[in-house]
Design a protein around this ligand. Structure first.
Ligand SMILES: *Cc1c(COP(=O)(O)O)cnc(C)c1O
Length: 393
């Protein structure tokens, strides 16, 4: 019997080592990694440049309270601000905490600075924003909420990509809209350009803050630094986490200058947020993406992988759609995704699902064309076998 809580539906492989685009189990079997720790290890497992900078930081300073000024934290903040339309950074340890900070900042700005009694945040169906009480309430999926009542008030969930429903849901209590530009957990659904334009208009009309949750899509995953940069918008708040530290836990919230005063001394905080080791990992990750031009590589590999997936779709009637951005790709199927994921795993290729019938592919930016070829080849034969096994509809 395990000493761990059984809260994860774990896959029956025991991972002990990672290097580049592969993970190894206890028996020494390599697995080709199209999961990247769910969009975390974007530069591959144990990326050498990040490792070197974290090792250097290990010799210098591990932890320092936010009671002090911390130069490496300021340096990472400057770097992130330079990559976005934001002006200020707050650091934490996870995506949920970054979104929690965004929710708190939106409410506090509206109530303390604008002096208005508005607090509702509109989010969307099939969204995912985290597992704290506030962020699971914001999440547009019932399964994460079961048994956790009472939930905090002040969240309204409306259909994604539906501008009319959104406009109708805004009340005199609404203070912000929070969305993912590509819904990751919810089935790899990108926001439509018309929808994003409507959001921008509605925010201006009703003086609402726009919070973009880039926890999965940020830090190059979609081929730009942030997914909202594919659209013509300027969010007030941007949250990020997964890919920021190459596997070292770190989250961040970036906000516009007008919000700074709402987070005055003592208003919000965390012990570990902006920890020097985490900041070293974050800085090294951003510098490596820049120096080695990984954004171009994401776009190149995305075009290659998407092309191969479309070829599969052309010969497999089970494939309904291929969608996504950069190296966050979804393959929607007419059949259940879980058995396919399991069969692929038996062939030592790791990929994910996003909802019951969508395969989610999140390879590291370091993925090679030959590795894509191999993965797609195995997916092709796995689909063939599945089609033979299930009666066609
Ligand atoms: C993973 C994820 C989160 C939650 O991040 P944690 O680090 O697990 O708390 C929030 N939003 C999105 C879009 C995510 O993909």
């Amino acid at each position: 019997m395990s000493s761990l809580f059984p809260n994860y539906g774990r896959w029956p492989i025991r991972i002990v080592k990672g290097e580049g685009n592969y993970l190894w189990d206890e028996a020494g079997n390599p697995y080709l990694d199209f999961v990247s720790g769910i969009a975390v290890t974007s530069l591959g497992n144990v990326p050498p440049k990040v490792k070197a900078q974290v090792q250097e930081q290990l010799d210098t300073l591990w932890h320092c309270s936010n009671l002090f000024e911390i130069p490496i934290q300021e340096k990472l903040a400057e770097k992130l601000v330079s990559l976005t339309c934001g002006d200020r950074a707050f650091f934490c340890n996870s995506g949920a905490e970054a979104n929690e900070a965004a929710i708190k900042l939106a409410r506090r700005y509206t109530q303390k600075i604008l002096q208005q009694n508005r607090y509702e945040i509109i989010t969307f169906t099939q969204s995912f924003h985290g597992r704290t009480l506030a962020t699971l309430t914001a999440t547009g999926q019932a399964k994460v909420k079961e048994g956790f009542a009472p939930l905090p008030e002040g969240f309204t969930i409306v259909p994604y990509n539906d501008g009319e429903a959104l406009a109708a849901a805004i009340t005199d209590k609404t203070c912000a809209i929070m969305l993912e530009m590509v819904q990751g957990e919810g089935g790899v659904h990108p926001a439509s350009p018309e929808f994003v334009e409507q959001i921008q208009t509605l925010c201006a009309e009703h003086n609402l803050l726009l919070i973009v949750d880039e926890v999965q899509t940020g830090i190059g995953r979609t081929g730009k630094w942030f997914a909202h940069q594919h659209y013509d918008i300027q969010p007030d708040i941007i949250t990020m986490a997964k890919g920021l530290g190459s596997g070292f836990p770190i989250g961040a919230m970036i906000g516009k200058e007008k919000l700074a005063e709402a987070f005055g001394p003592g208003s919000h905080g965390t012990t570990f947020g902006g920890n020097p080791l985490a900041c070293a990992a974050g800085l090294a990750t951003l510098e490596t993406i820049e120096e080695d031009d990984y954004l171009s590589r994401v776009n190149e590999m995305s075009a290659y992988l998407t092309g191969k997936l479309h070829e599969l779709a052309a010969v497999h009637p089970e494939v309904v759609a291929v969608r996504g951005k950069g190296l966050l790709l979804g393959v929607e199927l007419k059949i259940e995704a879980a058995p396919l994921v399991e069969k692929m795993r038996k062939e030592r290729i790791l990929l994910l699902q996003a909802g019951p019938n969508v395969l989610r592919l999140l390879p590291p930016f370091t993925i090679e064309k030959e590795e894509i070829d191999r993965a797609v080849q195995v997916l092709d034969s796995t689909l063939r076998l599945s089609a033979a096994a299930t009666p066609s509809s």
